[in-house]
Design a protein around this ligand. Structure first.
Ligand SMILES: [Zn+2]
Length: 243
């Protein structure tokens, strides 16, 4: 009876180890996703800045084109000025030239302002890109570290699962079946009874059942939580074997 119990206790130790490894490793994919999200946000911010810069460059090119066009127009009009016969036509054209020149002046001022803004935006994006590169480097390092940990935990689980099937072979078939059923709902599925109290649900087991467990050093089922129970004395005498 006691050997059966020891074999099952050993199996459960493997299961508990797997469960705790899985629980600890569970945090890694979440952290990796969080880092990826963080990096994505930073990347979008840079991309938005770049788009703004491109837009400003387009505006600048357009403005420069407009200025050139206006200047050409003024030049043509100035050439035509000397051909004007009447004073009325002459002064009308002269006024048009004046308006065009003023418009050109305004556009030149706009261009100067835009050029200034563009320079500032280029500087800003340069420092943001440097910031992003640093951030990316830091996050990639952290991500690689997490992926390494995750891989390590996975291989540990795999090794334990390999060990588990060996250990399971040593467990009594009926006991194993019951254990597997309970394990799906509750882990630990095998619990000790200490001074008449089930360590799974903290309820007292009937005295007769407790006495029986202590005498046989075997297992039974807790009437309250339906876990597999044993008297702790059964494993206490040889603590090394329980591990
Ligand atoms: Zn119980």
């Amino acid at each position: 009876m006691r050997e059966k119990l020891k074999a099952l206790a050993e199996l459960q130790n493997v299961d508990l180890e797997v469960a705790s490894l899985r629980k600890a490793a569970d945090v890694h994919p979440r952290q990796i996703a969080e880092l990826e999200r963080e990096l994505g946000v930073a990347r979008s911010a840079i991309e938005a800045e770049r788009a703004r810069l491109t837009d400003m460059e387009r505006q600048k090119a357009q403005l420069e084109q407009n200025i050139t066009d206006e200047k050409d127009k003024v030049k043509k009009w100035e050439a035509r000025l000397s051909e004007q016969r009447s004073t009325r036509e002459y002064s009308a054209l002269a006024r048009e030239i004046d308006i065009a020149k003023k418009a050109n002046l305004t556009m030149a001022e706009e261009l100067a302002e835009l050029t200034k803004q563009l320079g500032a935006a280029r500087e800003a994006i340069k420092s943001k890109e440097a910031e992003f590169a640093t951030k990316q480097q830091g996050l990639s390092g952290r991500m690689a570290e997490l992926k390494g940990k995750l891989g390590e935990a996975e291989s540990q689980v795999k090794a334990l699962e390999g060990r588990r099937s060996g250990v399971a072979q040593g467990v009594d078939a009926n006991l194993l079946r019951r254990y597997e059923t309970v394990r799906k709902k509750k882990l630990p599925a095998l619990v000790g009874v200490v001074a008449g109290t089930c360590q799974g649900c903290n309820m007292n087991v009937p005295p007769q059942l407790y006495n029986q467990l202590r005498t046989t050093l075997g297992t039974d089922v807790c009437p309250s939580c339906h876990r597999i129970i044993y008297a702790v004395e059964a494993l206490q005498e040889t603590p090394a074997a329980a591990k």
